[in-house]
Design a protein around this ligand. Structure first.
Ligand code: URA
Length: 226
């Protein structure tokens, strides 16, 4: 059953109105309208402005910064990670910690600059203590990622790790079965590889990642004629 968030908020806010008066009630109403209208955004900047105060799940209460994503708004290649960690939560940008440094090196190795691609996460807010995202959080945040993909129109997507891969590619396949294959998401080619944080813990997986990203670069070159 689809939750009618607007109705739930409106009901809760009626109680608040009785306590705090009209000013608070009106400003909350405006925020609800903004969240509901994000799907009409025509640019990434507009989308970010509409969703950056999101409180649709519990993570809105514990985050420091909303981590929208970063990079070229017209990128042909998009990279999707899992969720912000502590550094990303502080800085408001994805992949800026140790895993981010490794990701930058991986990008350089396949002749991308960080600014050439767009980097986003399945979740825009940090799960406390870097726990795995809960299914409801993923479901709640997914429309934001879908809207980003719709606006950027990448030709290729690289999913970083199991969580992003299962979210985007779907099904119950293990990452090992998704790596190296090319999937389709509404006409966009999708591949998956290890998450950079997993590579830091398991350096032996770097060889496999290198094979995956070379294949990803080849696919990008074929599709863009670069
Ligand atoms: N891990 C992710 O999946 N995303 C980030 O932004 C940082 C670490």
């Amino acid at each position: 059953m689809k939750t009618n968030i607007k109705k739930l908020f409106a009901e809760a806010m009626k109680d608040q109105k009785a306590i705090f008066g009209d000013d608070l009630y009106d400003s909350v109403e405006v925020k609800i309208e903004q969240l509901e209208s994000f799907d009409n955004a025509t640019s990434l900047e507009e989308l970010n402005n509409l969703i950056c105060n999101c409180q649709k799940c519990e993570l809105g209460k514990t985050r420091t910064k909303f981590v929208f994503g970063v990079g070229n708004p017209n990128a042909d290649a998009m990279l999707i990670g899992e969720a912000p960690g502590a550094d990303e939560d502080k800085q408001g940008e994805p992949f800026v910690g140790r895993a981010g440094k490794l990701l930058n090196d991986i990008l350089i190795a396949i002749k991308f600059k960080r600014e050439d691609v767009f980097i986003a996460n399945t979740l825009k807010c940090r799960p406390p203590n870097n726990r795995d995202p809960h299914p409801l959080e993923m479901e709640t945040c997914r429309p934001y990622l879908d809207k980003q993909i719709e606006l950027i129109k990448p030709k290729v997507i690289l999913c970083l790790g199991r969580i992003a891969a299962s979210q985007i590619i779907g099904g119950k396949l293990a990452l090992a079965k998704m790596r190296g294959e090319v999937f389709d998401l509404n006409g966009i080619k999708v591949m998956a590889t290890y998450h950079p944080a997993a590579l830091l813990r398991n350096p032996g997986w770097k060889k496999g990642c290198w094979e995956d990203v070379q294949k990803f670069r080849k696919l990008y070159d074929e599709l863009t004629g670069k």
